[in-house]
Write a protein that binds this ligand. Structure first.
Ligand SMILES: [Zn+2]
Length: 123
């Protein structure tokens, strides 16, 4: 279950950000993952819940957003999102070429933003 390792490194990033900005609480963590990034969202949520159970992050809501796969045609450079059922041979809607497409989206995995409660001292 590689989601555990992913959650672990994301929590490190979140805690670094909190320290940098003097935050004591994070209410929401928004994570974007690509359709073909091999992330199982439920597993990632479970991993977060496990790893944050005894930390200041245990109340944080994890919001996951899936980014669809997009490719650029190897022939005419047309950019498109192939339908879910076409994952092995993907014909370009513009020139019908099926070879040499470059994947331009769908592999991402990153924290988009944190929603934090500011410490009482700060305005
Ligand atoms: Zn094309």
């Amino acid at each position: 279950m590689h989601e555990l390792a992913i959650a672990e490194s994301m929590i490190t990033i979140v805690q670094d950000e909190m320290a940098k900005h003097g935050l004591t609480q994070v209410s929401k963590i928004k994570i974007v993952y690509g359709e073909i990034s091999a992330i199982v969202p439920e597993a990632l949520e479970t991993a977060f819940a496990m790893l944050t159970a005894n930390t200041s992050l245990h109340q944080a809501i994890i919001e996951l957003e899936m980014k669809p796969m997009a490719v650029r045609c190897g022939q005419c450079s047309h950019e498109f999102e192939p339908p879910a059922e076409e994952r092995v041979l993907i014909p370009c809607p513009q020139c019908s070429n099926i070879l040499g497409h470059e994947i331009i989206a769908g592999r991402e995995l990153y924290i988009e933003y944190l929603e934090a409660e500011n410490p009482k001292e700060a305005k």
